[in-house]
Design a protein around this ligand. Structure first.
Ligand code: PLP
Length: 355
C-alpha cells in the first residue's frame, strides 16, 4: 500500500528509532526531562521566542494556547476551514469558554480585509473578540501558504482591535521551505506559535508552543490542567529533535513530489486539482462524483488517499513516499477518478468544469 492520506502516517526511520532508544531521559514534571528541555530550547530559538513547551499533540497545544490567550465570554476569530474550527471538537468553547466566529476570505483563506470586516462595533450587548487564530500552511485550503505580508496584515488588524494572535503553524516548516521566509519572521507576528513534529518532520508524536516566558508559564499551568504533562517525554522529544536535524531541510522534496502528483492527476476528466504550494494536494470532483468512491477505487489498487469532504479528495506527500510511489499513486488516483466518472453513465456536460 502507498499511504498518502496524510503526512502523519510516516513511521520513524531506523536512525530516528536509534535516537529515541538512546535518548537521555528524566521525569519532566519533577526535574525536567533533559532531552525535552533541549527540544524546547531549540524550537524557541528557531522561532525567535523566549520559551518553548512540549505537547503530546498539536490539538492540545492549540487549545492550551487559546486558553492562555483568550478571555472567557468573548469571541475568538478563526478561518472558516481552519483546524481549530473543523477538527478540534468544539474544544475552545468547552475548555476556554469562548465562541469561535469564523472568518471567510474572498479567496480560499482568511485575509486581513475579511478579518477586519468580522469585528463587531463595540457594544455592551454584543460579544467582543479577544484572540485571532491564524493557520499557515492552511491544511483545509490544500497546504496553501499565506505569505509574510498577509500574516503581518492580519496581525496588525488583530492588534489594532486589542486582540492576541495565535499562529497554528503545524506545517509552518513547509510555509518557510516554500517561501524562503524564516520561521522567525513568521513567528514575529504572533504571541504564540504552535508547531508540529509528527507531520513532515516524521516524528511519531509531539508539538510545541513557543512565546514569551510569562505566556508559556501560563500555558504550562493549563497543560497540567489538561493532563498533558508527560514524564520521560525525552523518548518522544528525541524523535522530534531528530526530525528537526535531519528532515527539516528536505521538506521541499515533498513539495516537488506534490507538484508531480498533481500534474499526473490533473489529467482527470471530471476533477480539478488545486495547484499545490507545499505537500498537500486537494482534488475537487465534478458534481455527482463521490470522494469516498474515488478513495475506495484507489485503495483497491493499492493507494490510500483521504476523502476530505464528500466532493474533495486529499493526498499528502511525505518522506515515506518515494519518487516511484508518487508516479504510481498519481496513475492509480487518475484511473480511480476516471473510472468513477465512467461508472456514472451520462457524463456529457462535465468536461466543461475543467474551465
Ligand atoms: C493545521 C493543523 N493544526 C493542528 C493539527 C493538530 O495536530 P495533532 O494531530 O497533533 O493534534 C493538525 C493536524 O493535522 C493540523 O493540520
Amino acid at each position: 500500500m502507498i499511504d498518502i492520506r496524510s503526512d502523519t502516517v510516516t513511521r520513524p526511520s531506523a536512525a530516528m528509532r536509534e535516537a529515541i532508544a538512546n535518548a537521555e531521559v528524566g521525569d519532566d514534571y519533577l526535574d525536567g526531562d533533559p532531552t525535552t528541555r533541549r527540544l524546547e530550547e531549540r524550537v524557541a530559538d528557531l522561532l525567535g521566542k523566549e520559551k518553548g513547551l512540549f505537547f503530546p499533540s498539536g490539538t492540545m497545544a492549540n487549545q492550551t494556547a487559546i486558553w492562555a490567550l483568550s478571555e472567557p465570554g468573548t469571541e475568538i476569530y478563526a478561518d472558516l476551514n481552519s483546524h481549530i474550527v473543523d477538527w478540534e471538537m468544539v474544544a475552545a468553547a468547552m475548555i476556554s469558554g469562548v465562541q469561535v466566529r469564523t472568518v471567510q476570505g474572498e479567496g480560499p483563506m482568511m485575509d486581513a480585509v475579511a478579518l477586519e470586516r468580522t469585528f463587531r462595533p463595540p457594544s455592551p450587548s454584543a460579544p467582543q473578540a479577544s484572540l485571532v487564530c491564524l493557520e499557515n500552511t492552511h491544511n483545509g485550503a490544500g497546504g496553501l501558504v499565506t505569505p509574510l505580508a498577509g500574516i503581518k496584515a492580519m496581525h496588525d488588524v488583530a492588534r489594532a482591535k486589542g486582540c492576541a494572535v495565535l499562529l497554528d503553524g503545524a506545517r509552518l516548516w513547509n510555509a518557510s521551505a516554500a517561501t524562503g521566509t524564516s520561521l522567525r519572521d513568521f513567528a514575529r507576528y504572533a504571541d504564540m506559535v504552535m508547531v508540529s513534529f509528527s507531520k513532515g518532520l516524521g516524528a511519531p508524536a509531539g508539538a510545541a508552543l513557543v512565546g514569551d516566558e510569562e505566556l508559556v508559564d501560563r500555558a504550562n499551568g493549563h497543560r497540567k490542567r489538561l493532563g498533558g504533562v508527560m514524564r520521560q517525554s525525552g523518548i518522544l522529544s528525541a524523535g522530534a529533535l531528530y526530525g528537526l536535524e535531519r528532515n527539516l531541510g528536505r521538506l521541499s522534496e515533498d513539495h516537488v513530489k506534490a507538484a508531480r502528483f498533481a500534474e499526473i492527476v490533473d489529467h482527470a476528466i471530471a476533477a480539478t486539482v488545486v495547484p499545490p504550494e507545499t505537500n498537500i494536494v486537494m482534488i475537487d470532483l465534478a458534481p455527482g462524483l463521490s470522494a469516498h468512491d474515488v478513495a475506495r477505487r484507489a485503495r483497491e489498487d493499492g493507494v490510500l488517499v483521504g476523502a476530505w469532504t464528500p466532493s474533495r479528495v486529499r493526498a499528502v506527500l511525505h518522506l515515506d513516499a518515494n519518487a516511484g510511489d508518487v508516479e504510481r499513486a498519481g496513475e492509480v488516483v487518475l484511473s480511480a477518478l476516471d473510472e468513477s466518472w465512467r461508472a456514472l453513465g451520462d457524463t456529457s456536460e462535465w468536461p466543461a468544469m475543467r474551465n
